[in-house]
Ligand binder design. Structure first.
Ligand code: ADE
Length: 225
């Protein structure tokens, strides 16, 4: 999969997408991430990409011209399945969206800043708008990093058996059960006996019950579906 990201602060994306599982995905060639600085398409020699908003009001708006040029230039080389704009008024990101997007070939992600991007870009280019939650970040970069991470780890071959996404929270609308590692007794706090029993069938059942209980207590909405 190829993901292109248009941003005014590529530094915010470099580190989150260069370590751990994202690094492995990129090193293996399963995920290609390309960061594009919007200033390449600035309207003048000062690197301007934003301007005051029509109608007045505090805060700058990202101008349509640099964004349109960026999208058009990148689209010459790549046929995008989706052009995604990161914005707090988008649809809330969840595992189902991550699963869906992980099946695409090419994604283009636009990170907004300031008051956001000119509405005409949203109307004429953007195919999907994503929020990572009901709070406002300073820009779309950290949100984009989260979306790319959630998608990237689902790509076939990225995770090994040990980290398999099949057992993640949310994957079957259930939160993951509790997990334990050595020692079996830490400060008198014991690992549940069942996990030491070696009875794989019973362990599986216990994990399932724990997952259902946790989901019921913490995120009952997941069980509605
Ligand atoms: N940009 C600013 N806040 C955001 C959010 N909550 N989700 C996605 N992009 C954003």
């Amino acid at each position: 999969m190829r993901i292109d990201i248009i941003t005014v602060i590529p530094e915010l994306l470099e580190s989150p997408l260069s370590h751990s599982i994202m690094k492995r995905a990129r090193d293996k060639g399963l995920l290609e991430v390309h960061l594009h600085h919007l200033r390449q398409w600035a309207v003048n020699e000062y690197g301007q990409v934003d301007d005051y908003q029509y109608g007045g009001g505090a805060g700058m708006v990202m101008m349509p011209e640099p964004l349109a040029k960026a999208i058009e230039a990148l689209s010459q080389n790549t046929q995008y399945d989706e052009i995604i704009y990161m914005t707090p008024d988008g649809a809330t990101f969840n595992q189902a969206t991550a699963n869906q997007l992980s099946m695409k070939q090419n994604l283009l992600i636009i990170c907004g800043h300031y008051k956001g991007i000119d509405q005409r870009i949203r109307d004429h280019f953007v195919t999907r708008e994503i929020s990572i939650g009901d709070y406002v970040l300073s820009g779309g970069e950290l949100a984009a990093a989260i979306v790319v991470d959630a998608i990237g780890r689902l790509l076939p071959g990225v995770l090994n058996d040990e980290t398999s996404a099949l057992f993640d929270s949310f994957q079957d609308n259930l939160l993951a059960p509790p997990v334990y590692t050595r020692p079996a007794d830490f400060r008198g706090w014991k690992v549940p006996d069942i996990l030491l029993s070696g009875d794989l069938k019973k362990i599986e059942e216990w994990r399932y019950e724990q997952a259902v209980q946790r989901t019921t207590e913490r995120k009952p909405d997941l069980l509605k579906d």
